[in-house]
Design a protein around this ligand. Structure first.
Ligand SMILES: C[S@@+](CC[C@H](N)C(=O)[O-])C[C@H]1O[C@@H](n2cnc3c(N)ncnc32)[C@H](O)[C@@H]1O
Length: 923
């Protein structure tokens, strides 16, 4: 960098200090050339130092001369001997110092003893030879001269440095300030010089390198005296790496060895530790007194769980001699109950199910909430579109897995998922991942008749409907009236139009309707698989609950099987599922059904999940139970779940009627006996308005009978409470002709379903014919088709239920879901029940169940005026025998007359139904 040249003359500003122009830099020629003595204007101190150096130089030169003299003598001796022993002595000797000089730093790290110098030629190895070759060209240079050169060079460098110093001084840079520092530096230099003098003789040679290796090993030897065995093993290991090591520096090799040794020692330490633990830490089982006295912290409990688990893992080894396995298990159970907040009953059940390690995993996983998942409603959107829309709203999600095309897992969301526009528009349903499994196993087909026996709140039901693409008919039933509302709401939101929602006791559904292609029984259960969702399960469930559940489940499952048509061309399947992990509610129930009905287990079609138990403790189940699937939180990251798929292969029931009645009686008694009075009280603790109806509904749900109907007719309040309704969901309003003729519906009613039946099934099967057939066969097979609905290829047009709360028609107490204005304008005839099982054979008088009737709203067709219970019983009746009720508009009939007429019909139907029933059973 230089100063800027001036190209223009500026006017002088005056003689001020600042204004004074700096002259151009002047460099003395001599400063770049070696300085002459005279040029140096040394300070006093510099002169002193210079004198010192000069004196030193003289001394060093004297020393060097002495060395040279000695060196020449030894060389001459060596040459003489070498010529006698080796063909190329000069080469080796010449190379030796070269190498040393070239790798100056290395020998310095490992100072070589002077004595080795003479032994240097012998230290060469073949390997060393290899890296010596390139240096051969300098072979003629004598080592002594090399050393001398080095020293001379050093001296020259020093003197140069001093000269530079001097020149710096001359240039006036930090002249005085650096004076003291210089002194120190010089003294430092002097020390260095002295050291280098001492070290000169120790500068390493090539043979020093190999010796140095050994030395370095010694240096890094932690144990001091090397174990011979260890050393030998080390050597063996090293042999393998020798080739690699050759081109490594000694320090690298040493480092490698050190690492190896450390690893070995760590391993030994571990082993030793384990042995010590084995010897010392035998867990001492506390006495009862100790236990009672001691207040344990959670950490202590946790530690004790670990200890006992260790003991149980190798009982022979770790046990206390005077303690039994049972004692350890008891303690473990108590501790686990304490730690995870379970009651002992449930913990014992779980301990029976899982091996210890898996049990711990299960318990841990059950403490953590499962991922939030949603199901795309394919009736309204595609998963990709839904995901995009939700991502735009700040929802972080992913596809649930390869096994489902509709599931999405939500990691986090900036918006409540139950309130997004997409949710409200019915684009998705919030559902656990495990909820998708039973429906996948059911594999519904379009245009089928499917029953979802325990449907509320409609998660799986709506999934079924979406797979059916809103075709066929889905009967969504649940015995809990409050929960029915959730089904209706969800179906509305999701745009489901092929569903009939009913509130019936599932165990009685065979009396209402049969002939389904498929039935899903997502049974009520103890919920032991969903403790992460509902932790109260951990403490509230008891033996009685489990018994009650499995008795109800058995009953429901037998009914579900009875509702299926074994001859269904596309189906004949029953899927049973629970969100419980207890074998009592799963394998036992299926095993029971296998014995009581003509069904067999088939693969669920789900390609993951744990096989169902074929044995559990002392119990042995049918071997095919391995076709069922179990799901656990710790293995599948979903709620505990069970799925079984059954195929009905015959409509006959392989037990006699007496046997069946006996079974049912037993199950009923068991369920009633196990019913918890406290729960019943809780259930009835509602508002006074709702109290009575519910109570009766529950009772009625358990025991519907025709005698009840008679009683209902006498007592108005009971009538209300016993009101049964069937809610149909609709989306599109039904087009109603302005002036329908009253007689037209009759004809249509009478014909259409049969036509449909003919179309879909290829043959009209009048109920009478079916009955005759069944009489001929003497079994239940023929009786079942009676209740079949015609297959409909178009979605059913459904009506909004008038009052989901079950408000009855003022005239006869029958709910009229199809007529919203039923209260205001009581029709002469009762509204029909869409749940009528014989709708196929005997088309319902109501437009709600018959989409072909557009005039239903304006002029509801004639309908039996019986109670809802009667309607519920209707399916069992051969309505061909009750033509009076069909299609006749009854004008201003007396209420009592209507009722008595209805009772008459029902009695008639009852006998008909019983007659039909008798044929169902083998005798
Ligand atoms: C596990 S939940 C069903 C969940 C439903 N499948 C879903 O996916 O949304 C069991 C249902 O069975 C109903 N339930 C209990 N006992 C019943 C019975 N005897 N008949 C019909 N449903 C019953 C309960 O009201 C409850 O809604």
């Amino acid at each position: 960098m230089g100063r800027k040249a001036e190209y223009s003359e500026k006017p002088k500003k005056g003689p001020g200090r600042k204004a004074r122009k700096q002259g151009p830099p002047v460099f003395r020629k001599q400063s770049f050339a070696p300085m002459e003595e005279e040029d140096k204007k040394l300070s006093h101190r510099q002169k002193q130092r210079f004198v010192k150096r000069e004196q030193k130089k003289v001394v060093q030169k004297a020393k060097l001369q002495e060395k040279r003299a000695k060196g020449k003598q030894t060389q001459q001796v060596r040459r003489k001997t070498a010529y006698n022993s080796d063909s190329e002595p000069e080469e080796e000797e010449a190379v030796q110092p070269q190498e040393a000089s070239s790798d100056e730093e290395v020998p310095q790290l490992v100072p070589a003893p002077k004595t080795k110098k003479s032994a240097a030629p012998k230290g060469f190895t073949d390997d060393n030879d290899a890296w010596l070759k390139p240096k051969k060209q300098k072979k003629e240079v004598e080592p002594e001269s090399e050393e001398d050169d080095e020293e001379e060079e050093e001296l020259e460098e020093e003197s140069d440095a001093e000269l530079e110093e001097g020149s710096e001084d001359e240039n006036g840079l930090e002249e005085e300030a650096s004076g003291e520092e210089d002194e120190e530096e010089v003294s430092g230099e002097e020390d260095e010089e002295e050291e280098s003098d001492d070290d000169t003789a120790q500068v390493g040679k090539l043979d020093d390198l190999s010796d140095g290796e050994a030395n370095s090993d010694d240096d890094f030897d932690i144990s001091g005296d090397e174990d011979a065995a260890e050393a030998s093993s080390d050597d063996e290991d090293e042999d393998d790496d020798d080739d690699d090591d050759d081109d490594k520096l000694p320090i690298e090799r040493a480092n490698k060895k050190l690492k190896k040794r450390e690893a070995k020692e760590a391993q030994l330490a571990d082993e030793e530790m384990q042995m010590t633990v084995d010897r010392q830490d035998v867990f001492q089982l506390p006495n009862e007194e100790e236990e009672a006295e001691k207040d344990l912290t959670l950490q202590e409990v946790q530690q004790r769980i670990k200890d006992v688990t260790l003991v149980l893992s190798d009982f022979k080894k770790y046990r206390q001699a005077d303690r039994s396995r049972g004692e350890y298990i008891d303690l473990l159970r108590r501790d686990l109950c304490l730690y995870y907040s379970y009651n002992e009953f449930l913990m014992e059940k779980l301990m029976d199910m899982f091996p210890l390690t898996e049990l711990m995993e299960y318990l841990e996983a059950s403490e953590v909430a499962r991922p939030l998942t949603i199901r795309t409603n394919t009736l309204k959107t595609r998963r990709r579109d839904l995901a995009g829309a939700l991502i735009n709203r700040g929802v972080n999600l992913d596809p649930l897995g390869k096994w489902t095309k509709v599931g999405l897992v939500v990691f986090n969301s900036q918006v409540p998922l139950g309130a997004t526009p997409e949710y409200l528009a019915g684009h998705y349903m919030i559902q656990g991942a495990s909820s998708l499994l039973p429906v996948m196993a059911l594999a519904p087909q379009e245009n089928e008749r499917i029953l979802d026996m325990c449907s509320a709140p409609g998660g799986k039901g709506s999934h079924i409907a979406s797979i059916m693409k809103n075709t066929g008919v889905l009967f969504a039933n649940d015995s809990n009236r409050d929960r029915i509302k959730a089904i209706v709401a969800n179906f509305h939101r999701l745009g489901i139009v092929n569903a009939v929602v009913s509130c019936e006791d599932g165990t009685k559904f065979r009396n209402i309707m049969t002939g389904f292609d498929r039935v899903l029984l997502d049974a009520p259960c103890t919920g032991t698989g969903v403790v992460s969702k509902d932790p109260s399960v951990k403490t509230t469930k008891s033996d009685v609950d489990v018994q009650r559940c499995y008795n109800l489940q058995r009953k429901l499952l037998l009914t579900a099987i009875d509702c299926v048509d074994a001859k269904s061309s596309s189906g004949g399947y029953i899927v049973y599922s629970t969100c419980s992990v207890l074998p009592e509610e799963n394998e036992w129930v299926i095993d029971y059904a296998l014995k009581k009905r003509n069904v067999k287990l088939v693969p669920t079609g789900l390609d993951f999940g744990v096989e169902g138990f074929t044995k559990f403790r002392q119990h042995r189940f049918h071997p095919s139970l391995n076709l069922t699937k179990r799901y656990y939180p710790h293995t599948h990251n979903m709620d505990g779940f069970y799925v079984a798929k059954l195929k009905k292969f015959s409509n006959t029931i392989p037990i006699t009627k007496e046997q069946q009645e006996e079974d049912e009686k037993q199950l009923d008694e068991a369920i009633e006996a196990e019913a918890d009075p406290k729960e019943a009280e809780e259930e009835t603790e509602e508002s006074p308005e709702e109290k009575a109806p519910r109570k009766v509904l529950g009772k009625r749900a358990g025991k519907p009978s025709l005698t009840d109907v008679e009683q209902d007719l006498k007592k108005k309040k009971l009538e209300e409470s016993k009101t049964k309704y069937v809610a149909k969901v609709f989306e599109k309003p039904v087009k109603v002709p302005k002036k329908p003729k009253p007689e037209q519906p009759q004809e249509k009613k009478g014909k259409k379903p049969q036509e449909n039946d003919e179309k879909t099934n290829g043959n009209a099967t009048p109920s009478k014919a079916a009955t005759k057939k069944s009489q001929q066969n003497g079994n239940v097979e023929a009786s079942q088709p009676e209740n079949k609905f015609p297959k409909k290829k178009t979605p059913i047009k459904v009506h909004v239920p008038n009052k989901l709360a079950g408000k009855k028609h003022p005239a006869n107490g029958t709910p009229s879901p199809a007529k919203p204005d039923a209260k205001k304008k009581p029709p002469a005839n009762a509204s029909p029940s869409p749940a009528k099982p014989d709708a196929r054979k005997k088309p319902p008088t109501n437009a709600s169940s018959s989409p072909a009737k557009p005039d239903a709203k304006k002029k509801p067709p004639t309908q039996p005026k019986g109670k809802s219970s009667a309607l519920a019983k209707a399916p069992r009746v051969d309505l061909d025998n009750v033509p009076v009720l069909e299609g006749k508009p009854i004008k201003k009939q007396n209420k009592l007359k209507q009722k008595s007429k209805q009772i008459g019909q029902l009695k008639k139907s009852k006998t008909g139904a019983n007659a039909g029933k008798k044929q169902k059973f083998k005798k």
